[in-house]
Design a protein around this ligand. Structure first.
Ligand code: SF4
Ligand code: SF4
Ligand code: ZN
Ligand code: ZN
Ligand code: ZN
Length: 368
């Protein structure tokens, strides 16, 4: 397959970039896009799509729908809603048309190539699946329903969670590369959605700008502001409760990985959503100025005294679910690291020297 086939003839009248469609990226009989011959096009796109069959568009010879006085019609709005909320990646056909008007088709295509080309292999990533058509890497946010009112959303190396009550829903973090977590969460739950951040590391605050305010422990606000992201912090402290309507959540402050790291106890389901401090087969980052191993050990000790309250732990990285016995093993391992009882392996990590302490079941990444 030819890499990087993002060309003007693949931009549909509504603004959708057909190059990103899983059917256009299929190895066998790829769809030629909206403007191409009907052969290899699915029936919807050749005969049923309101935009493709639109008489007004044909009679007036509009290249793009924004030339039409009825723009945006119901068909255009339906497509816009679908592509900005229901797929693992975010594509706004209406924004595409605006960008084409403002910067011209060549600049738009160049930008589109930058945004949708896999940096690892140079092939195109599909908006429908989030998968690179060349190497198969997942770039999107893929919601997995855990029970009727609970989702985990996988976003490459990190995951975040969506919990629904009877009154509102809570998004716990929002990944790293996601631009539409709010729309996605609203579409999945049909309720107003609030945001909580377990901490302010970049892989947990990817689209915080979609929310005017969010729950966060105040000890992480300084770190959050360094990201340059906007929004008002609604402070949450140890022991605070958030009620989503028939679903109470308790905040547990676990400083160490960051000063304001928090876990969320889903009280009735007996699940602890732990953020980064608790992981199996993961890499717990303990290097950098805002980490503190002594605080981390104290947090694990505190959590060891609370294991009667939960049966499962859902971390942001690596294995899921994991179980409360992991907390003791992590605490014992962390004490050995602090007391220099196990050797660290010197490694280069993105230009800085760090030490990896491999416990067998997980590893700490430390600055010394
Ligand atoms: S299937 Fe439809 S949306 Fe996909 S490339 Fe073909 S015409 Fe475009
Ligand atoms: S915006 Fe106008 S041209 Fe486009 S599908 Fe709607 S009615 Fe037809
Ligand atoms: Zn790739
Ligand atoms: Zn983190
Ligand atoms: Zn993380």
């Amino acid at each position: 397959m030819e890499a990087n086939r993002i060309t003007a003839d693949m931009i549909a009248p509504c603004g959708l970039d057909c190059s990103l469609c899983k059917r256009a990226l299929a190895e066998k009989d790829p769809c030629p896009g909206c403007h191409g011959p009907d052969e290899n096009k699915p029936e919807f796109c050749s005969r049923k799509c309101g935009i493709i069959v639109c008489q007004k568009r044909k009679e007036n010879g509009y290249t793009y729908c924004d030339e039409c006085p009825d723009y945006p019609c119901a068909d255009v709005l339906e497509k816009e809603t679908r592509y900005t909320s229901q797929y693992p990646l975010y594509e706004s056909p209406r924004k595409n048309l605006r960008d084409i008007r403002e910067s011209g088709i060549d600049a738009f295509l160049e930008n589109e190539r930058k945004e949708w080309t896999c940096p690892e292999c140079g092939h195109i990533v599909s908006v429908h699946t989030g998968l690179c058509s060349g190497c198969g890497r997942q770039y999107g946010a893929v919601p997995v329903r855990v029970d009727e009112d609970t989702w985990r959303i996988e976003n490459r190396m990190v995951r975040f969670f969506l919990l629904k009550g009877t009154e509102k829903a809570l998004l716990i973090d929002n990944g790293m590369t996601v631009r539409h977590a709010k729309q996605m969460a609203e579409t999945l739950t049909g309720l107003p959605v609030e945001l909580l951040n377990t901490h302010a590391d970049m892989d947990h605050i990817g689209c915080n700008e979609q929310f005017d305010s969010f729950y966060m422990h105040p000890a992480d606000e300084e770190q959050y502001r360094k990201s340059g992201k906007p929004g008002r912090v609604i402070p949450v402290l140890d022991g605070d409760e958030i009620d989503l309507g028939n679903r109470k959540l308790r905040i547990i402050h676990l400083p160490g990985h960051t000063p304001g790291s928090i876990a969320v106890l889903d009280i009735s389901r007996r699940v602890l959503i732990s953020g980064d401090p608790i992981q199996e087969h993961g890499h717990i980052f303990m290097f950098g100025e805002h980490r503190n191993m002594k605080d981390y050990i104290a947090s694990l000790k505190k959590l060891e005294g609370m294991t009667a309250d939960f049966d499962e732990i859902w971390p942001s990285h690596s294995d899921l679910p994991i179980f409360p016995d992991c907390i003791r093993r992590l605490r014992e391992g962390a004490e050995k690291v602090l007391n220099r009882e196990i050797p660290g392996k010197e490694t280069d990590f993105r230009g800085q020297t760090i030490f990896v302490y491999d416990l067998g079941f997980t590893a700490f990444l430390c600055s010394e």
